[in-house]
Design a protein around this ligand. Structure first.
Ligand code: ATP
Ligand code: MG
Length: 571
C-alpha cells in the first residue's frame, strides 16, 4: 500500500512543502516556481480566494480583504468577515494548505491526500487541533504532526552519522522555539523544548514600521494608522529593508506616494540602526534557551551543534548573538528556510509502504511542551505530567475525597504552567462514582497517558475501594463542530465528508468516522489499521460489495450514516 505523503511546513509568513523522492527529501515548487509560498490569503470576493505571491501583492490594494500571519490566530475565536461569511482561522489556513497540495499535485502529477504537518513546539493542544481541522477542511488527512524544531533536526541529523546533542534555534516569522535533542544512531530523542510565544520577524518589521511612522509624522504630520493602504506599503517596504540589511550595511525605505499633496518619502536605514531597534527582541530568545537547558539539566558547553532554523536567523545580529552566547559558531545545516519542510517529509517515512534504508533507523521520541494536571479541592491545578516529560508516558497520582460521604467526584483536566485553573487551558472533565466514605478515606488513582504523539491524552480514574473505573480520551476540543467543519469543507472543495459507521464483524468494534472524500480506500484501510480497529488481513465491505484499494471514497455510494463492515478475508 503505497501512499503519497506531503511534508508541510505551514509558516506564519511563508509555507513550504517537501516529499520523499526515493531516499531523499525534496522541496516541491509551487505553481509560481518558488519553494516558498507567502502564507497570505486575498479574498477577491466571498466566493474566490487567492493565496501566495499574488495575494501578497494585493495587500496594498485591498488590505481589508487580505489576511496575513493567520498562524498566530490558530486556536482563537478570530473571524475574518468577507461578504456574508465570517471565516474562522481554520478556513483561512485551509486555503493555504489547499493551494500547497494543489500545486504539489500539479508539479508531480500525483494526488496527495495525506500529510505530515509541522507545528511550533510550543503550540498548545488546541492550536494543534486547529491546524488538524484546517488540513481536514483542505481535504488532507494528517498522519502526524511534528514539532518544527524536531523536523529541522531530522533534516540535519539524518546526514550526520556521529552521535550528537543538537540545539535547534528556530526563529521564524511569528514564533520562536528552541529544542534540545540527542541524536544517537538514528534515534532522535528530544530532551527539552521551550519557546517565546509570538516572537518573530513580524515583530522586527513592526519596529521598523513604528520608526517610519514617527518620521512620517515629524516630516508631514501624517498618521499612517488611519490609512490602511499606506500602512501596508510601509510594512512591505520595512520587511524588504530588513532583509536587505542582512547582506548590506545601509539601505533606504522609499515610499513614492504618500498623499496627493506630499512629496515622496525616503528614509535611510543602517544595519546599526536596525540592530538597536531589535536588540531587545533578540535578547528575548535567551530566556527560553536557558529554560530548555535547565529542563534538560545541561550546560551550554554540553551542546555539540547549534542549528539555526527560520528566516530571522539570517540576520547577522542573530547569528552573532547565538555565537556569543554559546562561544561557538552554529553549524552549517540545511537551508534555514527548508529544514522544517524537509524534516516533515522525512517523518512521513514512518507511514510509507516499504521502509526505506533511511526509515529503518529513524525513531523520534518527543516531549510534551506544556504540563497536564487535574484541578483539586484546594482550587489549584495538581500536575501529573510536567512539561518536557518524554512521551509515550503513563503516570499515576493518588487523590482522595475532601468531604464526607460524597458519591462522585469530578476530574477536571487542565493544560498549562499556571497554579490556578484560570491560568491554564481546560481540556475537559468527567466524573466517577465513588464509595461514600469519611473525608480523606477514599483512594482515587488518576492516571494520565500520552501516546507517541503529543495531543491525545487518556485519563483514567479508579476508585480503589469500589473498583469503579473510567477512562476518557481527551483531545483539545475543536473550536469547530463537525457540522461547521463540513460546511467549510463544502465551501472550499465543493464536497463534504460523510459520516459512516465502521463495524468490525469479528471484534464488534464500532467507530464513527468522517470520511475524507479525496481519500482512497487504501488510505482508509491504513487509517483503520493505525487506529487498531482493523487488521492487515481484513477487508472492507459496503452493501456486501468489497471495496477495492484504488477506489476513491467520493466514488463509492456512501451517504451519511452508511455502514462499512470490516470482514475477515475468508468470510
Ligand atoms: N535574509 C533575511 N534577513 C532577515 N530576515 C529575513 C530574511 N529572510 C527572511 N527573513 C524573515 O524571516 C521570516 C520568515 O521566515 P520563515 O519563513 O522561516 O518563517 P515562517 O516559517 O513563516 O514562520 P514561523 O516558523 O515563525 O511560523 C520573515 O519575518 C522574513 O522577513
Ligand atoms: Mg517556520
Amino acid at each position: 500500500m503505497n501512499r503519497n505523503i506531503l511534508g508541510m511546513d505551514f509558516g506564519t509568513t511563508n509555507s513550504k512543502m517537501a516529499y520523499m523522492l526515493l531516499d531523499e527529501p525534496e522541496m516541491i515548487l509551487n505553481s509560481q516556481g518558488n519553494k516558498i509560498t507567502p502564507s497570505i490569503v486575498y479574498f477577491k470576493s466571498e466566493k474566490e480566494a487567492i493565496v501566495g505571491e499574488i495575494a501578497k501583492r494585493n495587500i496594498i490594494l485591498e488590505p481589508n480583504k487580505t489576511v496575513s500571519s493567520i498562524k498566530r490566530k490558530m486556536g482563537t475565536d478570530y473571524k475574518k468577515k468577507i461578504g456574508r461569511y465570517k471565516f474562522p482561522p481554520e478556513y483561512i489556513a485551509a486555503e493555504i494548505l489547499k493551494k500547497l497540495a494543489d500545486d504539489a499535485n500539479k508539479q508531480l502529477s500525483k494526488k496527495f491526500t495525506n500529510a505530515v504537518v509541522s507545528v511550533p513546539a510550543n503550540y498548545s493542544d488546541s492550536q494543534r487541533q486547529s491546524i488538524k481541522d484546517a488540513a481536514e477542511i483542505a481535504g488532507l488527512t494528517v498522519l502526524r504532526m511534528i514539532n518544527e524544531p524536531t523536523a529541522a533536526a531530522l533534516a540535519y541529523g539524518i546526514k550526520e552519522d556521529r552521535d550528537r546533542r543538537i540545539l535547534v534555534y528556530d526563529f521564524g516569522g511569528g514564533t520562536f522555539d528552541v529544542t534540545i535533542l540527542s541524536v544517537l544512531s538514528g534515534f532522535f530523542d528530544v530532551d527539552s523544548t521551550a519557546g517565546a510565544h509570538k516572537l518573530g520577524g513580524d515583530d522586527i518589521d513592526a519596529r521598523i514600521v513604528k520608526e517610519v511612522n514617527n518620521k512620517l509624522y515629524e516630516d508631514f504630520g501624517i498618521d499612517m494608522e488611519k490609512d490602511l493602504a499606506l500602512r501596508s506599503t510601509i510594512l512591505e517596504a520595512s520587511e524588504e529593508a530588513k532583509i536587505a540589511l542582512s547582506s548590506v550595511e545601509t539601505t533606504s525605505i522609499n515610499i513614492p506616494f504618500i498623499a496627493a499633496d506630499k512629496p515622496p518619502f525616503s528614509m535611510q536605514l543602517t544595519r546599526k540602526m536596525l540592530n538597536s531597534m531589535m536588540s531587545d527582541l533578540i535578547e528575548c530568545t535567551k530566556k527560553p534557551i536557558e529554560r530548555a537547558l535547565d529542563d534538560a539539566s545541561l550546560e551550554k558547553n554540553e551542546i555539540d551543534d547549534i542549528l539555526l532554523v527560520g528566516g530571522t536567523t539570517l540576520i547577522p545580529a542573530v547569528h552573532e548573538f547565538v555565537t556569543q552566547l554559546f562561544g561557538k559558531e552554529p553549524v552549517k545545516g540545511p537551508d534555514p528556510y527548508e529544514a522544517v519542510a524537509l524534516g516533515a517529509a522525512i517523518a512521513s517515512l514512518e507511514f510509507g509502504k516499504e521502509k526505506s534504508r533511511m526509515a529503518k533507523n529513524i525513531e523520534i521520541s518527543d516531549v510534551i511542551s506544556s504540563s497536564l494536571g487535574v484541578l483539586t479541592a484546594d482550587g489549584t491545578v495538581s500536575r501529573i505530567l510536567e512539561r518536557n516529560t518524554k512521551i509515550p508516558i503513563a503516570r499515576t497520582r493518588n487523590y482522595t475525597n475532601s468531604w464526607d460521604f460524597v458519591e462522585e467526584v469530578t476530574i477536571p483536566v487542565f493544560q498549562g504552567e499556571g497554579e490556578y485553573p484560570e491560568e491554564n487551558e481546560p481540556l475537559g472533565e468527567f466524573w466517577i462514582s465513588i464509595e461514600p466514605m469519611l473525608a480523606d478515606e477514599n483512594k482515587i488513582d488518576v492516571s494520565f497517558e500520552v501516546g507517541k504523539e503529543f495531543g491525545i491524552l487518556h485519563v483514567t480514574a479508579i476508585d480503589k475501594i469500589s473498583g469503579n473505573e473510567r477512562t476518557v480520551k481527551m483531545e483539545a476540543r475543536s473550536r469547530l463542530s463537525k457540522k461547521d467543519k463540513n460546511k467549510w469543507m463544502k465551501k472550499l472543495l465543493g464536497v463534504e465528508s460523510s459520516k459512516v459507521n465502521i463495524i468490525n464483524k469479528s471484534t464488534r468494534d464500532v467507530l464513527n468516522l468522517y470520511l475524507n472524500p479525496f481519500q482512497t480506500v487504501c488510505d482508509l484501510k491504513n487509517e483503520l489499521i493505525e487506529k487498531a480497529v482493523m487488521d492487515k488481513n481484513e477487508m472492507l465491505f459496503h452493501n456486501d460489495i468489497e471495496l477495492e484499494d484504488a477506489m476513491n471514497i467520493s466514488n463509492i455510494d456512501i451517504t451519511n450514516n452508511s455502514t462499512i463492515e470490516i470482514r475477515q478475508r475468508n468470510e
